[in-house]
Design a protein around this ligand. Sequence first.
Ligand code: ZN
Length: 90
Amino acid sequence: MIQLTSATAIETAITKARTVKTRVHVNCFGSYSVMNKQTGATYTVTCEKRDGKRFASCTCRAGELGRACYHLAAAVAAHIQLAADKQAAH
Ligand SMILES: [Zn+2]
């Protein structure tokens, strides 16, 4: 589980997410399945908000070690988009 403080903190992971072809499936708001299209490996990324702070975690090895992996970055990007859409709907 890592805390999302700013976009720069996961910038490296975001860059990697752009080079690796991923597919993000929305399980529900805050839960995403991220698939590496090349290997077919799928991991679950969870995004949550606690005490006004944003946290995210991934089930892959890097994620378990508390690193911002590209799955997490791809899911967070989708999550932010989804949150913005939700806000716009209100
Ligand atoms: Zn991961």
